[in-house]
Design a protein around this ligand. Structure first.
Ligand code: IMP
Ligand code: MG
Length: 178
């Protein structure tokens, strides 16, 4: 039995990323950007997006763990990998795979804001606003998705499905059996 179905195909995703990339270029013209990838889910999106950003864009990586199991998180976040670059005076864009409850990004924004950047904004591939627990509106969002569990294009379920080329919906029977 097929365990996932395509929600947004690869071409549609790439076209939309080009649009959002162009918007960011315009908004940050002449300003130093530090593009921060939230590991691991955002890596595929990040690799596509940064190629639409100016050549002066700095790259860095951060990782956070939100406690929980299966398809839900408990709301507690911990940093598992910090940045290598200083952020002071730079325009930080946090690049994330999906904003769900908003807890992870609220934590990361606060952490980076304390280091006195010129600004912090959020660019997400997917936004699932129906599940928000804290107020977090991403400055840039490629697609709004329904309240389903999404996999592919870097997003995982139990560390699998990340390599799927399209943004897909995981069939509920896969995680409901857990
Ligand atoms: P938050 O609930 O906004 O803090 O999101 C925490 C993290 O949960 C995201 O960065 C994703 O890694 C993961 N997550 C939330 N919803 C989904 C989903 O539908 N598929 C895969 N991962 C998800
Ligand atoms: Mg993530």
């Amino acid at each position: 039995m097929q365990d996932y179905k395509v929600l947004i195909d690869e071409k549609t995703v790439k076209d939309r990323i080009a649009e959002v990339g162009a918007q960011i270029r315009k908004d940050f013209e002449g300003k130093p950007i530090l593009a921060v990838c939230v590991l691991r889910g955002a890596v595929v999106f990040y690799a596509d997006l940064i190629r639409h950003l100016p050549k002066t864009t700095g790259l860095d990586f951060i990782a956070a763990k939100s406690y929980g199991s299966g398809t839900t998180s408990t709301g507690e976040v911990a940093l598992t990998k910090d940045l290598s670059e200083p952020v002071r005076g730079r325009h930080v864009i946090i690049i994330e795979d999906i904003v769900d409850t908003g807890v992870t990004l609220t934590y990361l924004k606060k952490l980076l804001l304390a280091r006195e950047p010129a600004s912090v904004s959020v660019c997400t591939l997917l936004d699932k606003p129906s599940r928000r627990k804290v107020e977090l509106v991403p400055e840039y969002s490629c697609f709004t998705v329904p309240n389903e569990f999404i996999v592919g294009y870097g997003l995982d379920y139990a560390e699998e499905y990340r390599t799927l080329k399209d943004v897909c919906i995981l069939e509920p029977w896969v995680y409901q059996k857990d």
